[in-house]
Design a protein around this ligand. Structure first.
Ligand code: NDP
Length: 395
């Protein structure tokens, strides 16, 4: 039996906490901490009513390393599951090093003043984690996360050589709001409004934001228009899939979402540059976040499904082969199970499965690692059993 600290009580934090609580053989004791303790308490109440289990809660400002270290030293968990925001990645990694605790997250570190989506800051921790005998597992959500493991499965079990990978992310659901984001609005809008980027034959190629799209027939959702975006898993996958010639990432957006985003961008509401307003500085995107629905609140009346996967092309036994490895997830079903919508669910479940891999020793290596650097089999087995069944479709 193991003891974990989950940091972050948003949509994803709620799912991770419920999923860990459903698995008492691995997660013997759970502490959920976040900036606002009342949000942790609300999740703890829901966990109690759905699973009968008691979990502890605490307040922590994870930007403050000594505060997190004090909490770690008091509670003494084996592992921190970081599902706060990308800004907290480095301070939480620092705290883990100081207190001797393993680390897992679902999104790469980002500086507040620059939307960058790069792993270099976290890769710089490799030697320190290795020397301390500690493991950090980066990007254990769906994308990054499960998509990296799908690529590892294709690389190790389905192909002799891989030529191209297209990661395709579709949310075919409807939350009934004209404009809302499915996870933290600030992070989501920063991701979409940056330039698009993909990798081809050893080079990164940049395109204007949302300037390339294609129609794709998503299993259980249907044909949707998907736009080329830069996404962080591309940066690690190009290093870990030998012979790869091209990798791209695509995400679908509805008409209403695009219309609102265009207007908000044109008037400057998505900017991360501070502006003066009535004598004080405000950051437009942070103000916008305050106006938009809390992603966790979308869950109750959400209908439809997410359909996310990797379209992999290559060779097997001398012949051309193309597969789509994917999962579909129903918003209403996930609400029934853990009171969350499918975007939070598809992120929180892999975080709990990644944590299980580390705690049971199925994946264990000091240093800083990506998901595709481990054996995909135990993870994919537990992913299916934990609520995210996956499929391989020959195309
Ligand atoms: P939310 O905004 O709903 O929740 C974030 C939580 O972190 C809130 O509870 C917030 O506290 C807390 N938090 C923020 N700052 C601090 C701090 N300094 N100290 C402690 N807690 C803090 O986000 P989501 O749950 O939607 O997303 C969580 C993470 O998951 C994000 O990093 C996101 O990028 C990632 N993600 C990854 C995906 C993947 O597939 N890999 C997909 C979707 C999300 P408060 O309540 O006080 O604001």
């Amino acid at each position: 039996m193991h003891k974990v600290l989950i940091i972050g009580a948003g949509g994803v934090g709620g799912v991770v906490t419920h999923k860990c609580a459903q698995n008492p053989d691995v997660f013997g004791e759970i502490l959920l901490a976040s900036r606002t303790k009342s949000r942790c308490d609300a999740i703890a109440d829901s966990v109690k009513s759905l699973t009968g289990r008691d979990i502890e809660t605490a307040a922590v400002d994870a930007d403050d390393v000594p505060q997190t270290v004090a909490l770690l030293e008091k509670y003494r968990p084996e592992l921190v599951i970081n599902v706060a925001l990308p800004y907290q990645d480095l301070p939480i990694m620092d705290a883990c090093l100081e207190a001797g605790v393993h680390y897992l997250d679902t999104a790469n570190y980002e500086p507040r003043d620059e939307a960058k989506f790069e792993y270099k800051w976290q890769w710089a921790y490799r030697e320190r984690f290795e020397k301390a005998g500690l493991m950090a597992l980066l990007g254990s959500g769906f994308d990054p996360g499960v998509t990296n493991v799908f690529c590892a499965h294709a690389r190790d079990n389905l192909f002799d050589s891989i030529e191209t990978i297209d990661i395709l992310d579709c949310n075919g659901g409807d939350h009934g709001h004209p404009f809302a984001t499915n996870f933290n609005p600030e992070i989501n809008i920063r991701e979409i409004t940056q330039k698009g980027k993909y990798w081809e034959r050893g080079e990164w190629k940049e395109i204007e934001a949302m300037s390339q799209s294609m129609d794709f027939d998503f299993p259980e959702v249907g044909v949707r228009k998907a736009f080329l975006l830069y996404h962080e898993e591309l940066e690690s996958l190009v290093q870990h899939v030998p012979g790869l010639q091209r990798i791209r990432f695509w995400m679908t957006f509805g008409e209403s979402y695009l219309k609102h985003l265009e207007v908000l961008q044109n008037v400057g509401m998505t900017s991360i540059e501070p502006v003066m307003f009535q004598g004080r500085e405000i950051v437009p995107i942070e103000f916008l976040k305050a106006l938009l629905p809390d992603p966790a609140s979308l869950a109750e009346n959400y209908t439809g499904k997410t359909s996310i996967g990797c379209l992999v092309k290559g060779k097997k036994d001398g012949a051309d082969k193309t597969v789509f490895i994917y999962n579909t997830c129903d918003h209403a079903e996930t609400y029934k199970e853990v009171r969350a919508q499918a975007v939070s669910y598809t992120t929180g479940v892999p975080a709990s499965v990644g944590a299980e891999m580390m705690l049971t020793g199925a994946w264990k290596k000091p240093g800083v690692w990506h998901m595709e650097q481990f054996d995909s089999a135990p993870f994919l087995k537990r992913l299916g059993e934990s609520g995210l069944p996956w499929h391989v479709k020959e195309m």
